[in-house]
Every structure is written in C-alpha cells, then in structure tokens.
Design a protein around this ligand. Structure first.
Ligand code: ACM
Length: 465
C-alpha cells in the first residue's frame, strides 16, 4: 500500500493511525478559517475522509494528497488506483505563495492541448503559477484582434537555429502557431480549476522582434523578419509615443483575458538600452497600475531608474537583485539561472541532449534555497519559480525531459519547510513512489541514470557554461 511516506511534495506534518479506509468513500469538506491559505487538514479514518480547508486551493491540494495515496493508478485517465487508504491525519500548507514555473511558448510553440497537460502536471505537484512567456523575437503567440498582423506575420518564422548560437545553420523548416483569445480563456479557466494562476508575459522593449516584423513602425526603422536565431537581438522597440500607445492597447487586451493580479512585461536583456527605454517600461508599469494590476519585471528593470510603483521582480541573473529589490520595497520571485533554469543541462553524461547552460543536477535543484543570504526579511518574498526556456526544447517530449524529475524536486523546494528537506530521503521516495506516478501520467522524464537512447541528440552542439 502507498502510505504517507510516498507523498511529494513532502507534507508539513503526518500523524499515522492504525487501520485503513476502503476507497471510494464520501469526502466531507469543511471550510474553516483555522487553516492557512492553500492549507488543509486531511483526516482518514476506517470509514471516513474529512478535509478542513479555508479555500478552494486547500481542498484541491487535499484531494491531490488523496490521489497520491491511491498510488500511480490514480494518475491514469481511467483511474485504477488502489482501493485502500492509510489512516491518519495530514496537516499541510505551502512554504511560499508563489510556486511557479515559466513555460516559453514563444521560441517553440506548444499546442493548447500541451499547455493544458502542462497545467495538469504543475497542479499534480502543488505548483500554482504558470508564467506563460507568450512573445519574443522568434514568435508572437497571443491573438490581439485589434492588431491582426501580430499573429498573421509574427507567429511564424522561416526556420530555426538548432543547437549552438554562433553558427549559420538553420533547419529550413517553418515554425509557428498562436493561441486565439478563446484558447487563452480556456487555458486560464482550466488552470483556475486546478488552483493555478496563469501569469502572461509580453516581453518589451527587447525580445520583441516578432512584433516589429508584423508592424515595422514599432521598431528601429528597417524591416525585419521574425528572428530565426537564438540569443539576444539588438533590434528593440522604438520609444515613440505611438509605440507605447500600441502596447498599452496590447496590454489592455491581455488584461481582458488574464485575471491575474500580476502581469509580466519582460524588461530583460535590452542591449544598448537608453533612458527612453526605461521611460517606456515605466509607462507600461504605470498603465498596468492604473488598471489595478501589478507588473512582473525581470531584474534588469532595477537598473533603468526609479520605478513609479512597487513591482514584482523576477530575480533571474542571480540572487542579489532579489535581496536588493526587497530592501527597496518591491516583491520578489526568486528564479536565479544558477539554480532553477530547467533548460540547462542535467548532467555531464555524454548522451545529455543539446547540453546548454549551467550544470543543474536533480540534487542541485533540490538543494536550492529560495531565501538568499542577506534577505532582510521575507515579507516581500512571494516565492520561487523554475524556468523552462525552449530554444532547445522543440517538442513536448523535450519539455518533459528537461522538466522532470527536476520540477518534482523543485515542487518540494517551493512547498515544504526547509527543515523537512533531505535529499537522501527524497531520492528513494522519488524513485519508488513518484516516478511511477509520472509513468502513469505518460511523462517522458529523464531517467535517473541518464537519457534513453532516443532521448539523446547526437551531433547537435550545445553551449555549456
Ligand atoms: C531571462 O532568462 N532572460 C529572464
């Protein structure tokens, strides 16, 4: 029988009791202000299951815990989970309120069905934010009815770079796709049913070449194609008032689709940024604020001058920006590339496919501590987020490989108190209890001892750091 020792992320407290309960049984749900936000108390007796929670998320997580206790069969679309549950009481709540994962659907498009599946996988891990990176130099993925060329032109490119960033080779294979307004509303609603908030990101004023390809008047002057290279493009949005107006209208459409109180505007990697680019970003921060929302910005925006309002900083280039931002009165999501970039290589195994970035083993991700040294207090620290950039992940199978099981380790970092985290205990729990759940879900994760032969990409050069 799968017992409490199998749960992932590890719960705050478990008090086992003798006996077992035969499933299915009616689940009694009681709302109680005694439970913290997203928390729950789950009591299983020989003839009853009771959930106490203060909100829908708490009930959802209690039901995920029950699902895990029913074994891997409960993760199949036609459930074949075990019919007995262990008796006892689980008292549980998350360490952080922002337990996120970024999915880049701009570099390599993922279909709506694949995004919904990714939401399911986040929810099964008690992660609660999907930061959807919708626009970049290589593709614009969100329908904006007022500006149809954004998707007519901006959602397609003629080919893609494969592997390293410094060669002339392209695959010569057109790539594209976008989500309609209705698709995105569906994703938002589906995620909400699973306690996941979709935080969209429209990247400005860099990483915007797909928009410039669609509407050249937004750019530096000359015509551009949607970019077929990876890397940091130097073609930036210009800082004309009309360009700011254009993006105010784009963000207004974004706000109509996404109820998230926090909306991403990018702000990262703006080579040769001028004072006016800082001004551009501040205009959009201001605009979101005037509409009752808050901007999520990458940490570079701390360098562009005073921001008009507190924002949420994604501390990605390291941990210092996060510490500094909290001191400066902003909120922070810790997502440093040195620890939680899941597109980065998982090992120095010779078969590791397209090995890029820093070495982030499963153990490294598990060891990540989101409260950095020097953080003055944690009131501004919303939580932490793993990042799945997709330059080198050109299929859902590649996304599975890069994400799992490291995202399972990350889920425990984001949920479980640091004092309860122990890799020597986690690893056998993952191997014996959680990988079978991922198998049942059909997730093509990286095996612990290295890739399957069909998961390698011989001959495609990486870019290690
Ligand atoms: C980032 O990785 N450019 C946020």
């Amino acid at each position: 029988m799968f017992g409490f020792e199998s749960l992932l992320p590890r719960p705050v407290e478990v008090v086992p009791a003798p006996g077992s309960c035969v499933w299915p049984v009616d689940v009694v749900v009681r709302r109680s202000t005694e439970q913290p936000a997203e928390g729950y108390r789950l009591e299983i007796t020989p003839d009853s299951v009771t959930i106490d929670c203060s909100d829908d998320a708490g009930e959802f997580y209690a039901r995920q815990t029950l699902r895990q206790l029913r074994g891997p069969g409960a993760f199949r679309t036609v459930s074949s989970g075990q019919s007995t549950l262990p008796c006892g009481v689980v008292t549980d709540y998350p360490r952080f309120s922002w337990r996120g994962c970024l999915l880049d659907v701009a570099r390599n498009f993922r279909t709506k069905a694949e995004v919904l599946r990714f939401v399911d996988l986040l929810a099964a891990h008690k992660l609660n934010v999907l930061n959807l990176h919708l626009t970049d130099d290589q593709g614009w993925r969100i329908e904006i009815p007022r500006f149809p060329r954004l998707t007519e032109v901006g959602s397609w490119r003629t080919g893609s770079m494969v592997g390293r960033h410094d060669g002339p080779e392209r695959d010569g294979r057109p790539h594209g796709g976008f989500y309609t307004v209705d698709d995105l509303r569906e994703i938002v609603a589906y995620a909400a049913e699973r306690a996941v908030t979709v935080v969209p990101e429209i990247d400005i004023p860099g990483h915007a070449r797909a928009a410039i390809a669609a509407y050249p008047e937004l750019g530096p002057g000359e015509p551009y194609e949607v970019w077929t290279s990876w890397g940091i493009s130097t073609s930036l949005l210009n800082t004309e008032e009309s360009t700011v107006d254009f993006f105010r209208a784009v963000f207004d459409q974004v706000l109509e689709i996404f109820p998230s109180p926090i909306i991403g505007l990018g702000g990262d990697e703006v080579p040769g940024a001028t004072e006016k680019h800082g001004w551009f970003v501040r205009q959009i921060v201001e605009h979101l604020h005037s509409r009752g929302r808050k901007a999520l910005c990458w940490d570079e925006v701390l360098e562009i001058g005073e921001l008009p309002h507190p924002v949420v900083i994604g501390s990605w280039r390291g941990e210092e920006a996060g510490v500094w931002a909290v001191k400066d009165g902003h909120q922070v999501v810790m997502c440093p590339e040195q620890y939680v970039y899941l597109d980065h290589r998982q090992s120095d195994h010779p078969g590791e496919p397209i090995p890029v970035g820093y070495l982030h083993t499963l153990e490294d991700v598990y060891a990540y501590e989101p409260v950095p040294e020097g953080m003055p207090d944690t009131t501004g620290l919303l939580g932490t987020q793993a990042q799945v950039w997709t330059e080198h992940l050109d299929s859902v199978r590649r996304v599975d490989y890069a994400s799992f099981p490291r995202l399972s380790a990350f889920a425990e970092v984001a949920w479980t108190p640091a004092a309860l985290r122990d890799y020597t205990e986690f690893l056998p729990r993952l191997r014996e209890h959680h990988l079978p759940r991922l198998d049942a879900l059909g997730v093509e994760y990286r095996p612990l001892d290295g890739p399957h032969p069909w998961q390698t990409r011989p001959g495609v050069p990486g870019r290690k750091r």
